[in-house]
Each structure stands twice: as structure tokens, then as C-alpha cells.
Design a protein around this ligand. Structure first.
Ligand code: FEO
Ligand code: CA
Ligand code: CA
Ligand code: CA
Length: 662
């Protein structure tokens, strides 16, 4: 229920209404707030970067000097002031560029005049991470366009692999010489400690020692096969391909037809170099990104750290696919706040756990380690999927095949785990309480129940488990948010207590509820009207304790979304559940990515893929955002009447200079 005084403590803006059909081609924020475009796909972010052309004529080399496509998770790292305090008006904004729409990226679309290596290279250059120097000058936030910190990390950036799986035979791939003109096999094999590039960087994390973490999510979709593809359960690679969803044509990219590195028929181990968390030092533009294998290999959504009173540190992570799992990594060594260099390889040693949510509202963290006994009574070290010459090899295989290890130990299959977030331990709140969005699941419940097989043989996303306490709705359309409290306020705990923070839904729906599925949900009333939402995805606590939730649904205000409208970002009080709607998005755009300056007076919010799947036949989905909303150069967006829609980071300030959300 809403607080009687008109709102929960610290959240006092008036909700914006839902953006109903036809969805306005704009971002809307509450009265008293201003939103402007900060940086959009194609904006120059480093020396030599050309201005956005507007017709997608940029080459791959030019794209590699510009902001990438389809921004997602992000974090603002303030520069220190001379007195050592954090500067709230100058810092580095690290932003994921999750994927590309080839139709928008190339002047003539995906195929057009033909598919070429030049298109592959541009697509690869639009993926990865963009590091943007951000400064507030005379009140206006600007990209420092010739910044020495400006950096693009792409699908071709050289990286190191570290942790227990580094050097394993499954990570040894064909060796290539990569130039703009070709990807040429050298005839050699890598040693399993190096990789090129990061792709499908969905959400993110950061470390208290000032590094950025980018998470590789739907990387399987960028691969394909020009010939045979093994997805049998008869071979190790076939089983991996099956469990991680590799296929002949992937998600429609054609990289594999021009770049042999992504051709599964001839380079079958390359996918094993993806599915990791990658650590990047944004303050050292020449630093080599590191793939940290101890955090497991799956479709990483995000990674949220918590430091406890004993200086132990854990990282909480979801695997976003239907009926996958929630994980945590606990570092072996303590976090050292006094010496940055002491934390350099903290992510290489520790224990990876997977969560089991029991019906009595308690749960267990199960270690994915050689001596853990699976539900078949066999230790992982004796399971044929992970058997190896020694403990080191067993652990390496457990990490490369994380999903299969989680299957073997009987973890709880969840309704698509998206972002994790930790409630700040402030204002007398002492618990270690972590939240995770479970966005939806159209393969949950009904009579034809099937689970991920304990032997790891289930094809990705193909199980259909029965409803359970933690995932209680059949064919979960609107999603929910689960949270748990670590026993003993220790991040190293192996036990926790959990509950559902909210079940999202449409409180005005006329859709007939199934016995296990009340589509209305239980979002706490907003005193200014409904704050209904569905498909929660982005989830983030600001440093003041407000919970921000961003959604990823169709975005067209049709069908299941006719009352909820376009995608949105809401703000909730974690203590009461009271919720207000802060922002609505353009048609068919997802709201994803949110961070603040340390003073709370500037918020950056990501708007991804405006007008996705728009066409002349689907005019209600058409978007020309952000040009449709801001048309002057001083907003940082080149005017493009009738131009291409652009994923964009929006900067939001309060007109009275106050803290965002108040
Ligand atoms: Fe890229 Fe699970 O969202
Ligand atoms: Ca997401
Ligand atoms: Ca999503
Ligand atoms: Ca997305």
C-alpha cells in the first residue's frame, strides 16, 4: 500500500502516466525534471572520431571511433578532485553496446547489395563497450570528444583469459591474423590464455577498486556454421553447443560467412572464449581486458558486488535464458580498500555457487567444486562431464560447462534471471539483501513438465519445469522480482532466506487468470495512479536506497501491454514496495542501463533499440527517436529529419538541482 503521507520516504516525484498507443516518439520524465540526449549510437567519443553521418555510411574503422550501437548496462566512474574527493561533474561513463540491428547499421541493410566482410567488420566494431569522458560544463553535460580516455572495446579487441579455465584444451582455438581486410588462419593454435573481443555485452558490474565488468549474454547468436555443426550428446563440443544454444544460423548475423573465426564448422572451440565476465580498467586506456573464468560461463546478464563487514566480497549473477540459474562468486581473499593493486586478481580465486530456492522460503548456495555431490549421488569430479587429470582440470571443466554443473547439483530453474542489485546497508538497514529480476517465462508450468536433465544434455531453453514457490506463475507473462538475505550477514554464507518482492502485472487486465497465474500482479498502489509494469529487466539500487526497475517488453502498448503501455522505468521503496513511474520510452524501445553521479544529482538512463522491427507495414512501431524529440545540435544529437533511430544514453537532472527521485 502507498504511504499515507503521499509517498514513501525519499521518493516524492509525481508519476508520469503510462505511454499508451499510439506510443509517443519521446522519453517522458516527471514534472520538475529535464531529460536530454547525452550520447547516441555513432557519436564520436575519441580523437579522430568522425561526426555521425546519419545515413550509416561510416566504415568499420570510423565506427570503432564512435559510440557503439544498442547501449545497455553502464556505470559512471568519477575522476578524483585535487582534494581526493570524487568529482560529481567529471568522470568516465562505461557503457555496454549489446548488439546491432544490421538493417539500421548498414546503408543498405543486412544484405542489400550483398553481404561482405566490410559489413561484418562494422557490426563487430559496433559491439562491445564504449568508454566516454563525461563533463558538466556551465551546467550542461558534454561528451569530451577528443578525450585520451575515450575508448572502444569491440569484437576484435585483444584480451587475456585468467582464472582456473585459462589454458584449458577447450579454450585453445585456431590462431588467426586479424586485419581490416581479412581474418587469416595462421595454421597454429592459441594456448587458451588469449581471446579476441567481447560480444552481446548486456548488463554489467563494477568493482570497488575502480574497474568495470562487462557481461557476455547472447554471444551464441553471433556464431554460425557454413558446414556441419555438432549438437549431439555424443561429443564434448556437441554437448556444449547444445546446452549453450549454438546453431547453424545463430541470431541471423552473417559474421561466420566472411570471418572464419565465427564459423563453428571449422573453429569449434571459439564459442568457449565467450560467455564470461570481462574486467576492464577504464582509467588505463592501454590496459588489456581480462576474461575472468572463475565467475563461470553462461549467458551473463549482470554482476553485482557486495562487501560484508569482514571485507569478504561476493558477486551475484543471473543467467538470462528460460529455466536457467542464479549464481554467486565469493572471492577467496578479502577486498583491500587501502591498496588498489592488491585487488588486481581478486576475481581469479574463490568459489562459484549456484542457488537452490526451497519452498520453505530458505535457500542453499551449492558450490560448483570438484567434491560437491550431484543429485545423482556422484561427485562432480567423478561425473563424466567434468572428469579430468587433476583438481585443476575438473574445476576448469566445471567453469567452462557451468550450466551443466548447475544441472548436476539440482539448482532451481528460474524465470529468466536478469539484473541483480544489492540494497544499500544504510539508515539502520544491516542485512545483505540482494534482488534479481525474473523477466518472464513462456516455458513454465502445464502438464508436459520437463526439467534440465542432470546429465547436462538438455538443449538451451527447451525445458518446461512445473511452477514452484520461487517461480509461481504458469507461462509467466509479466515477470517478478525475487530477493534473498544472506545468513549471518556474510557474503560467504551458504544459506539464505528469500521472498518475492513483487509480482508484476496489469491491475486492470480482463485476461482470464489461470489458477497459478493472476495477471494482475501485486504492485503496490501509486497514490497518483497505477504504476503497473511488466517484464522487469534492469534493476539497480541508487546509493540512497531507492530501487529502480527498467522494463523490456514489446513496447508497442498492444495485447498484454495495452494498459501498461511503452517500456518504462519505475522507482520503488524496498521497505514498502510503493512504486512510481519515472520514465516512459519511445515505441518499441527498451529502457536499460542506469547510473548516477555520486552526488545523486545527475542520472544517466539508457534507451535501446527505438522502433525495433518498425516498418511501413507497422507504422505504430515507427520511431525516429531521438531526433524526434531533440532536434538541435547543442543537445548532442545531429538533426536528422526522417533519419535512423538511434539507441541513446539520456542524461536526467532535476530542475531545482536536487537529488534524482526526490
Ligand atoms: Fe540482454 Fe537479458 O537482457
Ligand atoms: Ca537485459
Ligand atoms: Ca530482457
Ligand atoms: Ca535488449
Amino acid at each position: 500500500a502507498a504511504a499515507a503521507d503521499g509517498g514513501p520516504p525519499g521518493i516524492s516525484f509525481t508519476s508520469v502516466p503510462p505511454s499508451l498507443a499510439p506510443v509517443a516518439d519521446r522519453v517522458t520524465v516527471p514534472a520538475g525534471y529535464t531529460a536530454r540526449a547525452f550520447v547516441a549510437w555513432g557519436d564520436p567519443i575519441m580523437p579522430g572520431g568522425p561526426a555521425f553521418a546519419g545515413d550509416a555510411r561510416e566504415s568499420a574503422a570510423e565506427q570503432a571511433l564512435q559510440f557503439g550501437m544498442h547501449n545497455d548496462g553502464m556505470h559512471f566512474f568519477p575522476f578524483p578532485r585535487r582534494d581526493g574527493r570524487e568529482n560529481p561533474e567529471h568522470g568516465l561513463l562505461c557503457v555496454n553496446n549489446e548488439y546491432t540491428h544490421e538493417e539500421v547499421l548498414h546503408p543498405d541493410g543486412l544484405v542489400g547489395a550483398g553481404y561482405t566482410l566490410a559489413k561484418t567488420r562494422k557490426s563487430q566494431a559496433a559491439h562491445g563497450v564504449s568508454i566516454v569522458e563525461a563533463a558538466r560544463v556551465r551546467g550542461q553535460w558534454r561528451v569530451v570528444r577528443r578525450s585520451p580516455f575515450g575508448r572502444r572495446i569491440t569484437a576484435n579487441t585483444f584480451m587475456r583469459i585468467s582464472g582456473p579455465a585459462a589454458g584449458h584444451a577447450l579454450l585453445k582455438t585456431r590462431e588467426f591474423t586479424i586485419t581490416d581486410a581479412a581474418t587469416t588462419p595462421t595454421g597454429g593454435t592459441t594456448d587458451g590464455t588469449v581471446a579476441y573481443g567481447t560480444i552481446n555485452n548486456c548488463a554489467h558490474g563494477w568493482t570497488p577498486w575502480g574497474t568495470y565488468l562487462t557481461c557476455e549474454e547472447n554471444w551464441n547468436g553471433n556464431f554460425g556454421a557454413t558446414g556441419a555443426l555438432d549438437t549431439t550428446t555424443a561429443t564434448e563440443v556437441g554437448k556444449l553447443n547444445r546446452r549453450y544454444g549454438l546453431s547453424t544460423s545463430g541470431n541471423g548475423y552473417r559474421w561466420h560467412t566472411t570471418d572464419p573465426r565465427f564459423d563453428l564448422s571449422t573453429n569449434p572451440n571459439e564459442p568457449h572464449l565467450f560467455g564470461w565476465v570481462v574486467e576492464i580498467d577504464p582509467f588505463r586506456p592501454d590496459s588489456t581486458p581480462v576474461k575472468r573464468t572463475m565467475l563461470g560461463r553462461f549467458k551473463h546478464e549482470s554482476v553485482q558486488h557486495v562487501v560484508d563487514d569482514d571485507h569478504r566480497i561476493a558477486f551475484y549473477m543471473g543467467d538470462d535464458e528460460r529455466n536457467e540459474y542464479i549464481y554467486k562468486f565469493v572471492a577467496k581473499r578479502r577486498y583491500n580498500p587501502a591498496l588498489r593493486a592488491a585487488n588486481r586478481n581478486l576475481l581469479d580465486e574463490g568459489t562459484l555457487y549456484v542457488a537452490r530456492f526451497d519452498s520453505d522460503l530458505t535457500g542453499v548456495w551449492i558450490a560448483l567444486a570438484p567434491d560437491t555431490v550431484g543429485i545423482d549421488g556422484v561427485k562432480l569430479r567423478d561425473n563424466p562431464n567434468f572428469a579430468g587429470a587433476d583438481d585443476a582440470e575438473v574445476q576448469a571443466k566445471i567453469l567452462i560447462k557451468t550450466r551443466m554443473a548447475a544441472d548436476a547439483v539440482g539448482a532451481t530453474m528460474m524465470d529468466r534471471p536478469e539484473w541483480t542489485g544489492a540494497r544499500p546497508r544504510i539508515g539502520g538497514f544491516e542485512e545483505i539483501e540482494v534482488y534479481c529480476t525474473l523477466t518472464n517465462n513462456n516455458r513454465r508450468g502445464t502438464s508436459s513438465a520437463s526439467a534440465n536433465a542432470a546429465d547436462g544434455s538438455t538443449a538451451a531453453g527447451s525445458a518446461r519445469p512445473p511452477v514452484d514457490a520461487a517461480n509461481p506463475r504458469e507461462d509467466n507473462v509479466y515477470g517478478h522480482i525475487i530477493r534473498w538475505r544472506e545468513a549471518g550477514r556474510s557474503v560467504a554464507a551458504t544459506r539464505f532466506a528469500w521472498d518475492l518482492f513483487v509480482q508484476a502485472g496489469d491491475s486492470a487486465t480482463t485476461k482470464t487468470a489461470k489458477p497459478s497465474n493472476d495477471y494482475r500482479g501485486n504492485i503496490a498502489d501509486d497514490p497518483n495512479g497505477s504504476a503497473d509494469y511488466g517484464a522487469p529487466d534492469g534493476l539497480w539500487f541508487d546509493p540512497f536506497g531507492r530501487l529502480w526497475v527498467q522494463t523490456d517488453q514489446a513496447g508497442n502498448a498492444q495485447g498484454d501491454w495495452v494498459h501498461i503501455g511503452a517500456n518504462c522505468m519505475v522507482c520503488a521503496d524496498p521497505a514498502t514496495g510503493a512504486t512510481r513511474r519515472f520514465l516512459t520510452a519511445p515505441p518499441n524501445a527498451e529502457v536499460t542501463g542506469v547510473t548516477m553521479t555520486p552526488d545523486g544529482r545527475t542520472m544517466f538512463v539508457g534507451v535501446q533499440h527505438p522502433g525495433e522491427d518498425s516498418s511501413a507495414a507497422n507504422p505504430t512501431q515507427y520511431s525516429n527517436w531521438p531526433q524526434s524529440q531533440w532536434s538541435v545540435e547543442s543537445d548532442g544529437v545531429t538533426p536528422l529529419p526522417g533519419g535512423r533511430p538511434r539507441s541513446t544514453v539520456v542524461v536526467i537532472t532535476k530542475d531545482d538541482g536536487g537529488i534524482i527521485g526526490t
